[in-house]
Design a protein around this ligand. Structure first.
Ligand code: GLP
Length: 243
């Protein structure tokens, strides 16, 4: 089931996402967050950091699992998703480092590491999964055609995804060709999903997600089967919804 919120500005979108996350974080029992990278959640993370500094909201009881990580970048690379998360969130909050998890990519056996990651996420059952969406409808790095029964796995990135992400690198050649991503199974296991999408480029994927036939060619359509998805959109991303 989708609850849809549409706002004019990215600031308002981020504020709404922040309010939802803050209510989940401000409890006195252990909780698990599934987190995403990309530009969509940047405003959300900025607000979480600001709130931590101003209001001392604590993350001592929080465990995190990120959706995905590139394969092939050296440890500490500026564009690795761990660096991204450190720069936008982890370096500024009091979440213990041993409670922060990214898919393991600096190991010999990627498959075994992916299976272990999957088991850990499915056991933790994230209280909320933050999501962005790719312009081709991917979630995490689950590209079109990914099985709906997939678990954490190594992914070959589609050309359009590499092109979308090339802006963060010095050129398309620098963009990794592989990543490890949570599968659809782990994403769907979250108790709640908060998906942020802004800008014209996301409009078609957003329309498909809500009104499209549920099919593996458009991974985000599986979200129609989740019981609690909050979509936070700007007007550009929502522009095809009433057609
Ligand atoms: C990447 C990430 C996704 C993200 C998507 C959209 O492919 N792996 O998790 O949702 O980009 O990114 P952005 O938010 O920058 O548009």
């Amino acid at each position: 089931m989708f609850k849809i919120f549409v706002y004019k500005t990215y600031d308002e979108v981020s504020q709404k996402a922040f309010e939802i996350l803050k209510d989940i974080i401000k409890v006195d029992h252990p909780i698990t967050l599934g987190l995403a990278t990309g530009s969509s959640p940047v405003g959300l993370y900025a607000r979480l950091v600001e709130d931590h500094i101003k209001n001392k909201t604590s993350y001592a009881h929080v465990t995190t699992y990120n959706l995905d990580e590139y394969v092939g970048l050296p440890k500490g690379h500026l564009q690795s998703y761990l660096t991204f998360m450190n720069q936008h969130l982890f370096d500024y909050i009091d979440c213990p480092r041993n409670q922060i998890h990214m898919p393991e990519v600096h190991v010999d056996d990627l498959k075994a590491a992916a299976d272990a990651y999957s088991a850990a996420v499915l056991t933790a059952k994230p209280d909320v999964q933050v999501l962005g969406i790719g312009s081709n409808g991917h979630i995490g790095f689950n590209e079109p055609g990914t099985s709906f029964s997939s678990t954490t796995h190594v992914v070959g990135l589609k050309e359009e995804t590499r092109l979308d992400n090339a802006r963060f690198f010095s050129g398309l050649d620098e963009v990794p060709r592989y990543a490890v991503s949570m599968g659809i199974t782990e994403i769907m296991s979250a108790k709640k999903i908060v998906l942020i999408a802004t800008g014209n480029k996301k409009a078609l994927a957003v329309k498909e997600m809500i009104h499209g036939k549920i099919r593996e060619e458009v991974p985000c359509t599986i979200l129609q089967k989740h019981q609690d998805v909050v979509l936070i959109l700007d007007e550009e991303a929502a522009r095809l919804l009433n057609d």
